[in-house]
Design a protein around this ligand. Structure first.
Ligand code: NOJ
Length: 561
């Protein structure tokens, strides 16, 4: 089933990805179809109509491959098979097909920087020993110092701690070290090795052959290392960092782009590219490389008009350099949930600053998260929604210690709470855990415990509450689907309401206005309000509220007889 079939969601089909709403499914926590407390593909299939009704154009699945789950599936042991906890390859193919029948495309997650330490290649490398061709696919090195007991470099892991682990020889003596930018269970591949390139090109084809519309590329700026393995300089210039944003990376993505292009149906590459320099970021989005990449700058900013305006301008300018559409991301499976983050004085996101125990005003967080949802849904480009954000789920900050699974928590020696708090299984219905996450009568508890007070946050409860977050998201996406000027295209700032207001027009008839100040503001001249994130105050826009406005009088409705 190499061909993409089904209803084109909206707009120009060839450019679907330029303005799509993409919903991120963290399979383990979405819905449990078989009653073992872990989400699975059966659960996803059972809720595809929910996603259609929400109004999304595509799903992005976090890794669902065979994995020991040392890092939630980002430690892949077999890229061509589904982990039995999540289902089977047949079920994956069924999901892709069934989603497409509802007009929803599928994007899968490719993890090229590292494999699981249980992957056959790594096991073979350990067994084969120093100097072997099997080890050449990874970064094995002797240690430094007289006894080889000093690690080859002092590179620091983004999961904290060192990036090298020493092996043990078959005779029990200490052996070589191997590189892992994340956990020791995730050895880094050597992208200078032709086997590694060939294998990943083949994996891409394997999944494109199964009808997926795109791939999300994990850790996309990390793959290539300087083979000399130098230390990280103090202020590396462009392309000088030994394991980040190396110039040689672009050839990899050019070859992947060519593979995507060789398929029918506009298959796309979406990069996870964490780079501060917008110009270096944009290089990945040149026309023959990735199609889009996550824009993390926006979510790394505080709830502050100046900050957000600067981020929007930087983002659009950088993307404009290469003609790529921007993406907007409020959160994902690595990030503190927006309703919690925006309820804090310091509301930006930073990896090393997950702040549990920080004073949080939940009502303020919800108000701002609602406004943020309308803001990002009106900005030019595509939009990512992490499962549960459409329900306004908060970060779960009181998970019992015994439940925590995230290696970030353990590698920080418990200082970082880790990312489990945004990965708690979704509440679908009912008044007590598992809140419809698992089938009725299931005895296995959800793999992470849900808070007992989530009854008001379930899908069922929110469907019948016109003021709920879910109803706001549905209304926004319904408008977006029918509003030709939303999604991809230009925007123009509007001056109104002072410095604390962000306002912009999309085409002649649509405006979005967000009040980030403390006082209500007058709205610019408009015909009527299409949607607001909260009640207006006598026609004025209250603080932490967004409104979508119809700017001119609508054309008269056609007369039907
Ligand atoms: C980024 C993923 O989003 C994160 O969850 C994962 O831990 C790292 N890459 C390593 O694969």
């Amino acid at each position: 089933m190499g061909e993409q079939v089904g209803r084109a969601p909206r707009g120009d089909d060839a450019a679907w990805w330029r303005g799509a709403v993409i919903y991120q499914v963290y399979v383990r926590s979405f819905a449990d179809g078989n009653g073992d407390g872990t989400g699975d593909l059966t659960g996803v299939r059972e809720h595809l109509e929910y996603l259609r009704d929400l109004g999304v154009d595509a799903i992005w699945f976090n890794p669902f491959y065979v994995s020991p789950l040392a890092d939630g599936g980002y430690d892949v042991a077999d890229y061509r098979a589904i982990d039995p906890a999540f289902g089977t390859l047949d079920q994956a193919e069924q999901v892709v097909r069934e989603a497409l029948e509802l007009g929803i495309r599928t994007i899968i997650d490719i993890v090229p920087n590292h494999v699981s330490d249980q992957h056959p290649w790594f096991q073979a490398a350990l067994a084969a020993g120093p100097g072997s061709p099997e080890r050449a696919r990874f970064w094995f090195r002797p240690g430094k110092g007289d006894h080889g007991d000093e690690m080859p470099t002092h590179w620091v892991s983004s999961f904290q701690g060192s990036t090298w682990t020493r092996t043990t020889n078959p005779d029990g003596t200490p052996g070589e070290w191997y590189l892992h930018l994340f956990t020791p269970e995730q050895p880094d591949l050597n992208w200078n090795h032709p086997d590694v390139r060939r294998e990943h090109e083949d994996i891409l084809r394997f999944w494109f052959d199964r009808g997926v519309a795109g791939v999300r590329i994990d850790s996309a700026a990390l793959l290539i290392k300087d083979p000399a393995l130098p230390e990280v300089p103090d202020n590396p210039g462009p392309g000088e960092h030994p394991h980040l944003d190396r110039d040689e990376l672009h050839d990899v993505y050019r070859s992947w782009h060519a593979i995507a292009d060789s398929y029918e149906g506009n298959r796309v590459l979406v990069g996870e590219v964490w780079l501060e320099d917008p110009e270096r970021f944009a290089r990945y989005l040149r026309p023959d490389e990735m199609h889009t990449a996550f824009n993390f700058d926006f979510m790394s900013r505080c709830w502050d008009a100046k900050e957000l305006r600067e981020s929007i301008e930087l983002t659009l300018a950088a993307h404009g350099l290469v003609g790529a559409p921007a993406t907007w991301v409020l959160s994902n499976h690595d990030v503190t949930r927006p309703v919690t983050r925006y309820g804090r004085a310091e509301s930006s996101f930073a990896f090393d600053a997950k702040r549990s125990g920080t004073p949080t005003d939940p009502a303020l967080g919800v108000r701002r998260a609602r406004a943020a949802a309308l803001l990002v849904a009106a900005l030019p480009g595509s939009l990512y929604v992490y499962q549960g954000d459409e329900l306004g789920l908060p970060e779960v900050e009181d998970l019992p210690a015994a439940a925590i699974q995230d290696p970030m928590h353990f590698r920080s020696h418990g200082v970082d709470p880790g990312r489990d708090g945004c990965r708690v299984p979704l509440p679908w219905s009912g008044t007590a855990t598992p809140f419809g996450f698992s089938p009725a009568g299931t005895t296995s508890a959800p793999w992470l415990p849900q808070p007992t007070d989530w009854a008001d946050l379930t899908v069922a409860a929110q469907e019948s509450d016109p003021a709920s977050m879910l109803r706001l998201y549905r209304a926004a996406f319904a408008i977006r689907q029918n509003e030709p000027d939303l999604g991809d295209g230009p925007m123009v700032w509007i001056t109104t309401g002072g410095d604390a207001v962000l306002a912009f027009a999309r085409g002649p008839r649509f405006a979005c206005v967000v009040n980030l100040g403390n006082e209500p503001v007058e709205l610019p001249a408009h015909d009527h309000c299409l949607l607001a994130s909260g009640p207006l105050d006598d026609g004025r826009l209250p603080r932490d509220t967004a409104a979508w406005l119809r700017l001119t009088v609508r054309d008269p409705a056609p007369v039907t007889t």
